[in-house]
Design a protein around this ligand. Structure first.
Ligand SMILES: *Cc1c(COP(=O)(O)O)cnc(C)c1O
Length: 473
């Protein structure tokens, strides 16, 4: 794409991405005199009213995992009490480091590691800004461990094709080759296929519990055993599943071992800001032993600005977000998470059964709470269905390889009638997509292009333009 083509595409995307252009004043530079606080707040209240209903009424996949008004009000109060805190200054805010240490300990214990767990007593970790950062940190840690302990200079990681894009991002950022292991027909990682990709430069293997596209659990025990045999680390990505699977297991669902009970698992990522029900901006990365975690730390002994160290990528960090994560965990407690998980799995079961009963659709994978589906009828374009659901207010996730769509069930879908509304709207969307196969929306043709080999470069151009538009005032 040349600059003219990008400009034409940007003009197409703008109405959708910039709905407030004519509604609110746009600021290209600092106002000479500050706006009144009342005006600022009034504008934000108006925007919130425009945006809230869609996620609050359960029309979104994932996105807002809790969202009950009293829970949000509580976390807002916690933020206000801690808004100045910065864990970088441990002397000024020992509260922030206490909250972080306890968040790490509580998440480790939930995943069967740390004090009191005989098989994994040394599990430790840090708080990060989100799942992506947890994954980037873990991959950098393995790279640096392998360099220090084994002299590996051309590192690679082995991850299933279903692993989160953050592993690719780590590969690009840190100069680590990523080798993609195939999936079986159940969308779970193929263990032998993964093992075949390991060599002497492999620094870690990866599996997910659960993976994002279909929400299924990779065979973690088997994958981690392969990693163990080769003497390399194994990372379980439980960003999405870490706060659901332990409680699903307690309720009595069959959950294969995925956490520190599995001997070969040496690190995990688990998002407090998803099913931990904290506000956005925190996650936990865990390691089986402090000697591994130490490769994550940044330390500088010769900076004129002083002796400097930081556990994660950032320097200054929002202590208030860690305080919110801590407050979410201790206020909800085991009973709260059990109850929430039970309600989410019940709502998901209604939606999964509903999808299974719609002529022309097929469920993908055996997830407990993701509802992933494709078209079983060649006359139905699944991205047309995605677009039709969009017209009915739904914000679902488009997936590819294979073309499909998912909804990640959250507490927002547990209100009376929401699962039934989803199934009803989906049946209508399928009918509409059948009679009007041309209805493609903006993204359907892009997914189509991505599926063809020569379309890849164009799709990357489109994604670049999309991000450019996001930052246009
Ligand atoms: C959400 C998610 C991530 C990344 O998390 P962010 O918080 O969006 O950075 C990683 N892995 C899985 C399986 C996820 O669902």
């Amino acid at each position: 794409m040349d600059a003219n083509e990008r400009a034409a595409l940007a003009a197409m995307l703008e109405p959708e991405l910039k709905p407030y252009d004519d509604r609110f004043e746009r600021h290209h530079r600092l106002p000479a005199t500050g706006l009144s606080r009342d005006d600022v707040l009034a504008e934000m209240r108006e925007v919130r009213a425009l945006e809230e209903a869609r996620w609050s009424d359960g029309y979104a996949s994932g996105a807002v995992y809790h969202g009950d008004p009293d829970h949000m009000a509580f976390l807002d109060e916690v933020y206000a009490l801690n808004s100045q805190a910065n864990p970088l200054h441990a002397d000024l805010w020992p509260s922030a480091t206490k909250y972080e240490a306890e968040v790490v300990a509580m998440v480790a214990a939930m995943l069967h590691g740390g004090d009191g767990f005989a098989s994994a007593p040394d599990v430790c970790g840090t708080v990060s800004s989100g799942g992506t950062e947890s994954i980037l940190l873990a991959m950098k840690t393995y790279r640096d461990q392998a360099r220090a302990e084994r002299g590996v200079t051309r590192p690679n990681i082995v991850a299933p094709v279903s692993a989160h894009a953050a592993f690719d991002k780590a590969s690009q950022y840190f100069g680590i080759e990523i080798r993609k292991a195939p999936l079986g027909p159940d969308f779970k990682a193929d263990v032998a296929g993964a093992g075949d990709l390991v060599d002497e430069d492999t620094v870690a293997m990866v599996g997910s519990a659960v993976q994002f596209p279909q929400g299924v659990i990779d065979p973690i025990e088997e994958l981690a055993a392969v990693a163990d045999e080769h003497g390399v680390g194994f990372h379980t990505d439980s960003c999405l599943g870490g706060f659901v699977l332990p409680w699903a297991e307690r309720i009595g669902h069959p959950v294969p071992p995925f956490d520190f009970r599995v001997p070969g698992v040496t690190s995990m990522s688990c998002d407090t800001h998803k099913f931990g029900y904290a506000a956005k901006g925190t996650s936990v990365v865990l390691y089986r032993h402090p000697d591994l975690r130490a490769h994550q730390y940044y330390r500088s002994a010769d900076w004129p600005g002083g002796l400097y160290f930081s556990p994660t990528f950032a320097g200054s960090r929002p202590g208030a977000l860690s305080a919110q994560a801590w407050a979410a965990l201790v206020s909800i407690g085991e009973e709260g998470y059990l109850d929430a998980t039970g309600r989410i799995l019940d709502a998901a079961a209604v939606m999964r059964n509903g999808v299974a009963a719609i002529d022309g659709l097929e469920l993908h994978g055996d997830s407990l709470w993701l509802v992933a589906f494709g078209a079983s009828d060649p006359d139905i374009g699944i991205y047309g269905v995605l677009d039709q659901m969009g017209r009915r207010g739904w914000s679902l996730n488009g997936l590819q390889k294979p073309p499909s769509v998912h909804l990640c069930t959250t507490l927002r879908h547990t209100a009376d009638g929401v699962p039934e509304r989803f199934v009803g709207d989906l049946a209508a969307a399928v009918d509409a997509a059948r009679t009007d196969p041309g209805s493609g929306g903006v993204m359907a043709p892009v997914y189509g292009m991505a599926a063809s080999v020569d379309g890849r470069g164009t799709v990357e151009d489109i994604l670049r333009t999309y991000v450019d538009v996001l930052f246009r005032v």
